[in-house]
Design a protein around this ligand. Structure first.
Ligand code: ACO
Length: 326
C-alpha cells in the first residue's frame, strides 16, 4: 500500500507586513532582505492561532479531496508554535472538523515536520493502520520571533497547509530522513516558562530573556542546508531508482531563495523545477511545503502520474526528502 494525495488546502492570515513596513521598526531595508533572502512580505496572524489556521487548511483539504471528515482516521499536525500545549493541535482540529473517527497527534521537527508527517502517514498506510489521513503544517512563528532581532525577524511568517492522503494499492517510495542532535545549537528556543512556572508574558519586560525567542546561527543553518539537502535528495532518488528527468518538481522548505538556488545548482537542475513562494510568505517552517503544494495544485501545475520530491530541513538539526506520484 502507499499514500496518494487526493486533496490539498491552505490558509494564510490576511494581515501582511512588507519589508518597508518592517524597516520602520527594525534596522534593515527592503533591498537587504530581498537580496539576502528573497522575502518581500509575510502574512502575520492577528486573530488566528495555530489551531484555527490548521483547522481551516484541513477543512479546505478535505473539501478538495471530496470526502467527509468522518472518513479521516489519522490527523497529524506538525507545529512548533502553538500557544496551547494541551490538548494537542491535532485533537483540536479533529473537534473543529468533526473528524470523529480519527486519532490525532502533533509532531515537532521544525521545518522538516511536514515531510516527517507525510512519512508517518505513509508508514501507517503501508502497515494497514490507516486508510485516509489528514496531515497539516501550521505555524504562528510571529509568536516566537524577537521583533527586535533583525537577523531573524525578517525571515518568518505565519500560515498553514494541509493534504489528505488515501491508501491505495501500489509500491510506496521509501523516504530518507535524518537528525543530528549534536548540531542543535544552530537553532534554539527555550520554553517561555521559568522554573516556577511563571509565563514570560506576566514578567516585567526587563526580565524577558533573549533565549525565550528563536535564536539562529544563520550562516551555520545556511551551510548545513546547501550541503545536506542535495545529499538527501540524491539519496532518496537513488534508493528508489528514480532519475532526475523523472522528477517534475522539487518542493523544498521555503527558507531562503539563495538556499533553493544553491540546491538546484548542486543537483544541476533548472530553477523551473524548484517552485517558490517565499517572497510572499517568508519562512513558515512546517507550513511552507504544504502551502506551496496547495498553490501548485490550485494552479493546475501538478500533472497526474508525475513524480514530486519534497525536502525539508531545520532545527534539530533535522532534514529529509520524500517522493510521491501525483
Ligand atoms: N538587515 C540589515 N543588515 C543585516 C540584517 C538585516 N535584516 N541582518 C543581518 N545584518 C547584517 C549583520 O549585522 C552583519 O553586519 P556586520 O557585518 O556589520 O556584523 C551583516 O548583515 C551580515 O550578517 P550575516 O548574518 O553574516 O548575513 P548573511 O549573509 O549570513 O545573511 C541570513 C543572514 C539571511 C539569515 C542567512 O544567513 C540565511 O539565510 N541563513 C539561513 C537561515 C535560514 O534559512 N534559516 C531557516 C532555516 S531553519 C527554519 O526554517 C526554522
Amino acid at each position: 500500500m502507499t499514500g496518494v494525495i487526493i486533496g490539498t488546502g491552505s490558509y494564510v492570515p490576511s494581515y501582511v507586513i512588507d519589508n518597508n513596513e518592517l524597516s520602520q521598526f527594525v534596522d534593515t531595508s527592503d533591498e537587504w532582505i530581498r537580496e539576502r533572502t528573497g522575502v518581500e512580505r509575510r502574512h502575520i496572524a492577528s486573530d488566528e492561532t495555530v489551531v484555527s489556521m490548521a483547522a481551516e487548511a484541513g477543512r479546505r483539504a478535505i473539501d478538495s479531496a471530496k470526502i467527509a471528515p468522518e472518513e479521516i482516521d489519522l490527523i497529524i499536525v506538525s507545529t512548533i508554535s502553538s500557544d496551547v500545549i494541551l490538548p494537542c493541535a491535532a485533537c483540536e482540529v479533529q473537534k473543529a472538523l468533526g473528524a470523529v473517527n480519527a486519532v490525532g497527534f502533533d509532531l515537532n521537527a521544525a521545518c522538516t515536520g511536514f515531510v516527517l508527517a507525510f512519512n508517518t502517514a505513509n508508514a501507517y498506510m503501508m502497515s494497514g493502520l490507516c486508510k485516509k489521513a489528514l496531515i497539516i503544517g501550521s505555524e504562528c512563528l510571529s509568536n516566537l520571533t524577537n521583533w527586535k532581532d533583525r537577523r531573524t525577524c525578517i525571515l518568518f511568517g505565519d500560515g498553514a497547509g494541509a493534504a489528505v492522503l488515501r491508501a491505495e494499492e501500489g509500491k510506496a517510495f521509501l523516504p530518507s530522513a535524518h537528525s543530528d542532535g549534536t548540531k542543535g545549537a544552530a537553532l534554539t528556543m527555550k520554553s517561555r516558562h521559568d522554573r516556577n512556572g511563571i509565563t514570560k508574558e506576566i514578567l516585567p519586560q526587563e526580565m524577558i530573556k533573549e533565549e525565550y525567542f528563536m535564536k539562529m546561527d544563520g550562516q551555520a543553518v545556511f551551510k548545513f542546508a546547501v550541503k545536506k539537502v542535495p545529499e538527501v535528495i540524491r539519496d532518496v532518488m537513488k534508493s528508489n531508482d528514480i532519475k532526475q528527468e523523472d522528477v517534475s518538481y522539487y518542493i523544498l522548505h521555503q527558507a531562503n531563495r539563495r538556499i533553493v538556488e544553491a540546491v538546484a545548482k548542486r543537483l544541476d537542475e533548472p530553477m523551473e523545477k524548484f517552485p517558490m513562494n517565499l517572497n510572499e510568505y517568508g519562512n513558515t517552517s512546517s507550513a511552507s511545503i504544504p502551502i506551496l503544494l496547495d498553490e501548485l495544485n490550485k494552479k493546475g501545475m501538478l500533472k497526474k502520474g508525475k513524480l514530486i520530491v519534497l525536502a525539508g530541513f531545520g532545527a534539530g538539526l533535522t532534514w529529509g526528502a520524500s517522493i510521491f506520484r501525483w
